[in-house]
Each structure stands twice: as structure tokens, then as C-alpha cells.
Design a protein around this ligand. Sequence first.
Ligand SMILES: NC(=O)c1ccc[n+]([C@@H]2O[C@H](COP(=O)([O-])OP(=O)(O)OC[C@H]3O[C@@H](n4cnc5c(N)ncnc54)[C@H](OP(=O)(O)O)[C@@H]3O)[C@@H](O)[C@H]2O)c1
Length: 257
Amino acid sequence: MKNTALITGASSGIGKELARIHASKGRDLILVARRLDLLKLLQRELIEQFDVQVEVIEKDLSVVGSSQELYDQIKKNGWQVDYLFNNAGFGGKGAFFDRKLENDTQMVRLNVMALLKLTHLFGNDMKARGYGKILQTASTAGFLPGPYQNTYFATKAFVVAHTQGLAHELKGTGLTITALCPGPVATEFAQVAGFGQSKMFDGAKSAFQTAKKGYRAMEKGKIICITEPQLSLLIKVLMPFIPTRMTSAIIAKMQQS
Ligand SMILES: NC(=O)c1ccc[n+]([C@@H]2O[C@H](COP(=O)([O-])OP(=O)(O)OC[C@H]3O[C@@H](n4cnc5c(N)ncnc54)[C@H](OP(=O)(O)O)[C@@H]3O)[C@@H](O)[C@H]2O)c1
């Protein structure tokens, strides 16, 4: 396999589009998610369209020990990962104390622990080889307080902070790390998170456009990629002047819309 990407959460949405973009460059792939049937459909599409090698692995990455199992399986097969897309993740609507704690801990195990473990395992190998690229799908939520989707916002704040600090430590190593920070994107995310037809997703961007921006930023070795200019302006320029209580009130209203 050559220039191989490991993509978590490749069965739908942003991960699926990242896979298509990577394959379109003649680069090989290892696709991971729980829904093997969807991974196999994508595998067939990419092999037929781009003549690349595509492997699929069914794995629930929220299970303790699953990231290590994935790493061991890939090593055992002799595959080398040069691109890591830590993309699998999910959200969940509702007030913190009204939500089942198990749903939130599962979210932390996937959005944070699996990402951390995979970055440590595969990132170490890339660093030793002096080449590699990691793209972590974070969110603009990572810069904001998140009432009524509190744990999700907190997981993404972790991803943003982890990426920013690690990017500094990796200077000059040949390995780069980028956080992709989209606003609302039209994927299965809203349904899975319990938002149904929420107004928050009116005008959501396409998964392809989002993935394209993230892929480009990763190739350039950028640290943070906020995909929408107006959100970038809001977060970087305006937010520091808005009291946190006011930001929280605005976010709370949006989450309940
Ligand atoms: N859509 C948005 O508005 C938005 C905005 C900002 C950031 N994001 C982030 O973008 C990333 C991708 O989400 P998306 O919008 O593309 O949503 P999506 O269509 O729901 O895709 C989520 C992907 O993660 C996989 N996944 C979920 N739970 C998993 C588990 N336990 N183990 C392994 N894979 C799992 C899903 O596959 P299976 O169900 O087959 O396992 C699916 O492939 C997430 O990290 C999300 O937080 C999304």
C-alpha cells in the first residue's frame, strides 16, 4: 500500500468525502467504522473509480481497547499509515443532568480517548519515519461554551487544544497535525445527536466542501482550519469581546431551536 490513509468514521458524512478525496489522488486507504456494509460499498466505489487499494475494518472505537486492537491489526498486516484522519465522532442534545451519563462517557471514549490513542500510536511511527499528516475533525464547538450539548462541545475543545499544543511540539519533525473545525454540516450528525429538523442545520455546508477544505489545510500543514470565514471572524476577532454568559445564552438558544 502507498501513501495510505487511515480514516475513522468513513462510512458516512465528512469521513466518506475525505476518503473520496484521498483516493482521487491515487492514494490507498484503510476505512474504519461500525457499519461494514457501508464501508464495503465505498470500498467498491473507490477501487472501481480510482484503482487504489482499499481495506475496510469494522470497529466500534468507543469500546475500551479497540484503538489498540486496530493498531495491532494494521501492523500485523504490514500496512504503513502515512495519513491519519481522526474523524469518527458524535454529539448529543440535551441538558447535562437530563442525559444518560453512559451516552456522554461513550462520546468521550470515541471523540477524545480513541483520537488520543490513535494519534499516539500512529503519530509515534510517523514521527520516527520523519513524515506524516494527521487531520483531527474537531468543530467550531471547540471554541465555544456548549449549553444543551455540553459534553460534545467539551470533547471538541479537547481536540482543538490537543492539536494546537502538539503542532508546536512537532515542529521540524516532518509530521504535521491539523484540526478541522466546521460549523454545521449536512451529514447524519444532526439525526444521531437528536436534533432532527433543527433550525441550527438550516444552511448547513456540504460534507464534500468541508472535507475539501480540511484536506487542503492538512496538506499545507495548517494547525487550525475553520471552514467558514464568518465563523472564523466571530471566533478569532469578535468573541474575545463578548462576555461568556452572553455567548452561552446565544448557544443555548441555538441548541434548542
Ligand atoms: N455534521 C456537523 O455538523 C459537524 C460539525 C462539526 C464537526 N463535526 C464532526 O465531524 C465528524 C464526522 O461527523 P459527520 O458530520 O460526518 O457525521 P456522520 O455522518 O454521523 O459520521 C460519523 C462517522 O463516525 C462513525 N462512528 C460513529 N460512532 C462510531 C464508533 N463508536 N466507532 C467507530 N466509528 C463511529 C460513523 O460510522 P458508523 O455509524 O458506521 O460507526 C460515521 O462514519 C465528527 O467528529 C463530528 O463531531 C460534524
